[in-house]
Design a protein around this ligand. Structure first.
Ligand code: NDP
Length: 258
């Protein structure tokens, strides 16, 4: 089999958190196009159902929508149980749900700080841990977490200390899990996207004026597109990345190079 054929994900079952829209939806689409069946996991069940139905129709994949808040361990366990009830196994997990709050550090309330850390870091831990338990029993599996270039640099001019700290935590969590599970068939990697055009960056009125500033700083002069994260995630979910674990893949158009 040639390398491109080997990269296919035929009959693999994968869940994607934050899969209803944005980066999660785009990567879920690529997983389906590569032959996988995908559970779209999101808090917003109506949009998740629409995304799953659209994927079934456009790619022929057998997708389902599952409502879960990644900060709630019981809901995460129930989500995993629903994935196993549907597909009987779990080949890969994309732990991707995340939020950002732009608030000056000295004004940030405890609740605001905690919300970002709970979703972006604890949520990734809970979903990766739950996926890992299944994969360790199986003896195989690939976990992909979404960090950010904000784990590597402090974005300016917007104040987002909780986001930056949470994403730095995701990288070190990824490496820690990779080491713990390396001999037991479970690989754990993360991606660190630069600014990507999704609701997270485009829907907020307060961020819109910043886009011009970000583009002026960006070596490529533009935001990335969600589709530009697809191929790295297909690679990481599949078997050709068998020696790749504990790695962080920066996909940022060279934003963090200087
Ligand atoms: P979006 O806001 O477009 O999508 C995020 C999705 O996550 C939404 O569907 C949202 O659901 C869901 N979500 C939020 N909180 C939870 C939760 N507690 N449990 C389950 N689902 C939840 O964001 P992006 O697609 O842009 O971002 C995806 C990931 O990529 C995030 O981790 C983000 O930090 C990261 N990232 C994004 C970058 C960018 O520039 N866009 C750059 C670098 C990293 P709901 O609709 O209900 O809120």
């Amino acid at each position: 089999m040639g390398i491109i054929e080997s990269m296919r994900l035929d009959n693999k079952s994968i869940f994607v958190t934050g899969g209803a829209r944005g980066i999660g939806k785009s990567v879920a689409t690529a997983f389906c196009e590569a032959g996988a069946n995908v559970a779209i996991v999101d808090m917003d069940i109506e949009t998740a159902k629409t995304t799953a139905a659209w994927l079934n129709e456009t790619t022929g994949a057998d997708c389902i929508a599952i409502q879960a808040d990644v900060t709630n361990p019981e809901q995460v366990d129930a989500m995993i149980a629903a994935v196993l009830a549907k597909y009987g196994k779990l080949d890969a997990a994309f732990c991707n749900a995340g939020i950002c709050m732009n608030i000056p550090a000295e004004e940030m309330t405890f609740e605001q700080w905690k919300k970002v850390i709970d979703i972006n870091l604890t949520g990734v831990f809970l979903t990766a841990q739950a996926a890992g338990k299944v994969m360790l029993k199986q003896g195989y599996g690939s976990i992909i977490n979404t960090a950010s270039m904000s784990a590597h640099i402090v974005n300016v001019p917007q104040p987002q200390c909780s986001y930056n700290a949470s994403k730095a935590g995701v990288i070190q969590l990824t490496k820690s899990l990779a080491i713990e599970w390396a001999k037991r068939g479970v690989r754990v990697n993360c991606i660190s996207p630069g600014y990507i055009g999704t609701d997270l960056t485009l829907s907020s009125e307060s961020l819109k004026p910043l886009i011009e500033k970000w583009n002026a700083m960006a070596p490529m002069g533009r935001l990335g597109k969600p589709e530009e994260l697809q191929s790295i995630c297909v690679y990481l979910a599949g078997d050709t990345s068998s020696f790749t674990t504990g790695s962080d893949f920066v996909v940022d158009g060279a934003f963090t190079c200087f």
